[in-house]
Design a protein around this ligand. Structure first.
Ligand code: PMP
Length: 387
């Protein structure tokens, strides 16, 4: 028997075997010609996948939170107004990061499972001068998808910079950084980018870079300052050796492989596949009476799904049974509903059969707790979507 469980949480995710093999290659010097080539190539691929040909990419050792931290600390100066559009746990994190760097923060908080109405955002942007706003593309605590395009359009009208937290979205949800005018799109390697955890990735627009260049006060962050990292990114792209902090060479080789896979598939197709799988998965779980945390399917993410336990189901037991079946799912994260729901990641390199295996595990675990439903129905529903 294979002693391996299927990892179906919203990050880290199952990664392509070619990516894992790249991780296992001999560790090289950070200034070796082959590594310089990998780093430079990865930066170029990011521009293509982010759809930001004029953007400035950064690849830094750290988690997604570092990318969030860098986006804010390089743009915000003490006393600036910042607006957080929050659909859950990670909006709250953005508030805390902004506060750390001295911003005056206003939070527009959506109800659990909902988004913030555009009119509310428009009204708030009109009320004072906001330097920037933050959007969580998919809030991993609620599975709610926010439409960045229309919010960024409003932000531009008010001359407000936009930061998109794409940690649970980039390369899985449609994002056109340059066409939509998003100033920073950031993520971590362990989600739809398809690499093990450990890399903070972000692309900054020309306007974001100009804002940073024209700061009146120094960046209040040493490790994450563009001042330290921009020359390094530029050197790698020019295929020249450079050093500020040692890059995680194996992870960056893995990133190059994953970005190449995504680019070869074409980002448009990659996003379309996420959309299809998510819709089919949603149909499947809804067909057996399960209720999603997002209030309707239009605002449900395509990279993950958050589902309430049905009445009378013991969540801990449910997830334990699922693990025994060979699948790992995540429990709740949002403090107010933590024990009432569970989360499934379906992004990156996963296949239809991974989803079928997940549905089998969910059905088996529900059946064990005498949940009343037609056994096998969700799997039929999922398969019929593609038939
Ligand atoms: N934002 C979102 C939307 C996330 O899902 C996560 C991680 N779950 C983060 C930020 C933080 O990323 P990390 O855990 O890699 O620091």
């Amino acid at each position: 028997m294979k002693n391996r469980k299927l990892l179906m949480i919203p990050g880290p995710i199952e990664v392509d075997p070619a990516v894992l093999r790249a991780m296992g290659e001999v560790t090289t010097s950070h200034v070796a010609p082959n590594f310089i080539e990998s780093f430079g190539n990865s930066l170029e691929l990011m521009r293509k996948i982010w759809l930001a040909p004029k953007g400035q990419p950064f690849i830094i050792a750290g988690s997604g939170t570092l990318a969030m931290d860098m986006a804010v600390s390089n743009l915000i100066e003490p006393g600036d107004n910042a607006l957080v559009i929050s659909t859950g746990y990670f909006g709250e994190r953005y508030k805390n990061i902004l506060t750390t760097y001295g911003a005056n923060v206003t939070v527009l908080q959506a109800e659990i499972g909902d988004t913030v109405p555009l009119e509310t955002i428009e009204k708030e942007l009109s009320s004072k001068n906001y330097k920037l706003l933050t959007i969580t593309h998919v809030d991993t605590s609620t599975g709610v998808l926010t439409d960045p395009k229309s919010i960024v359009h409003l932000a531009q009208k008010h001359n407000t910079l936009s930061i998109l937290d794409g940690v649970c979205a980039t390369a899985g949800e449609e994002t056109q950084q340059e066409a939509w005018g998003i100033d920073i799109v950031l993520t971590g390697s362990q989600k739809a980018i398809g690499v093990p955890p450990g890399l903070a990735l972000l692309v900054a627009s020309e306007k974001a870079m100009d804002t940073w260049k024209n700061r009146k006060t120094p960046v209040q962050n040493y490790y994450g300052s563009f001042t330290n990292w921009l020359p390094i990114m530029q050197a790698y792209e020019e295929r020249k050796p450079s050093y500020f902090g040692t890059p995680p060479v194996n992870l960056i080789r893995a990133l190059e492989v994953s970005l190449t896979l995504i680019h070869n598939e074409r980002i448009k197709n990659r996003v379309a596949t996420h959309l299809q799988y998510a819709k089919a998965f949603r149909n499947a779980v809804q067909s057996i009476g399960l209720q999603l945390v997002p209030k309707n399917n239009e605002i449900a993410a395509h990279t993950m799904t958050a589902i309430y336990y049905p009445e009378g189901i013991d969540g801990n037991l449910f997830r334990k049974d699922i693990a025994e079946f060979g699948v790992i799912l995540a429990g709740g994260l949002h403090a107010e509903i933590k024990t009432k729901y569970f989360r499934i990641g379906h992004m990156g390199a996963i296949t239809k059969s991974d989803i079928v295996a997940t549905l089998s595990a969910i059905e088996s675990a529900l059946h064990k707790q005498n949940y009343n439903f037609e056994f096998g129905k969700s799997i039929r529903e999922f398969l019929s979507y593609f038939a």
